[in-house]
Design a protein around this ligand. Structure first.
Ligand SMILES: [Zn+2]
Length: 207
């Protein structure tokens, strides 16, 4: 009987272990070239990768329609797409109209609130938020950020200046904002390379 119980316990333990979800720590993610300030489950990362691939595709579609090479989507806590927008700096002649700012503005209008925190929203962006957009996201109340191409690669490929953001991913953790970056980076870099190769405008102020 004792032997039987031991065998049964081993069976139950191994079965439950196989159902337990794998979680990546911040260090695990670092090894996978993902910058993060919180752990993530394997299935959530896979979900994010799928959405990000679509975000990169939508970025390219925006470029094809005269938009800038950046695009963002905001999802609610149930995983429904709430609002999205491309960068429209050149089209609208306004330096503020980055993809994140345009998308956050739509979300504030939709929820009729300057504080989006109660909605538990997640923003996906094809590239790391610049100095302005990181600030805009912080003020908006959005709780989670997934971005594709890191700023240093955006700058290397395009020559855009993303601004000075020391330790922003760690700083956001202190403010309750979860960040995962470098998601489907290669696919995102291709879109930026296409933009540069097409000879489109790299807009920045010259002083
Ligand atoms: Zn920006």
């Amino acid at each position: 009987m004792k032997k039987f119980l031991v065998i049964m316990s081993v069976l139950i333990l191994s079965t439950s272990a196989s159902f337990a979800e794998q979680t990546y720590s911040v260090k695990d993610l670092q090894k996978m070239n993902i910058s993060a300030n919180s752990p993530i489950s394997k299935s959530d990362l896979e979900k994010a990768e799928k959405i990000m691939l679509n975000v990169h595709q939508k970025t390219q579609e925006g470029v094809n329609n005269g938009k800038g090479p950046f695009y963002a989507e905001i999802y609610d806590k149930d995983g429904n797409l709430v609002v999205s927008s491309s960068n429209s700096v050149v089209e609208d002649n306004c330096a503020l109209y980055h993809a994140e700012v345009n998308t956050l503005k739509k979300a504030h209008e939709k929820f009729k609130s300057y504080n989006l925190a109660p909605e538990d929203l997640t923003i996906y962006v094809n590239a790391e938020p610049c100095i302005m957009c990181a600030g805009a996201i912080m003020w908006s109340g959005v709780k989670t950020i997934y971005f594709g191409v890191p700023s240093k690669d955006v700058e290397r490929i395009t020559g855009f200046d993303e601004g000075y953001k020391p330790n922003w991913i760690k700083e956001f953790k202190k403010r309750g904002i979860t960040v995962y970056g470098g998601i489907e980076k290669v696919a995102g870099e291709k879109v930026l390379e296409n933009y540069v190769n097409s000879g489109k405008e790299i807009y920045k102020p010259t002083r």
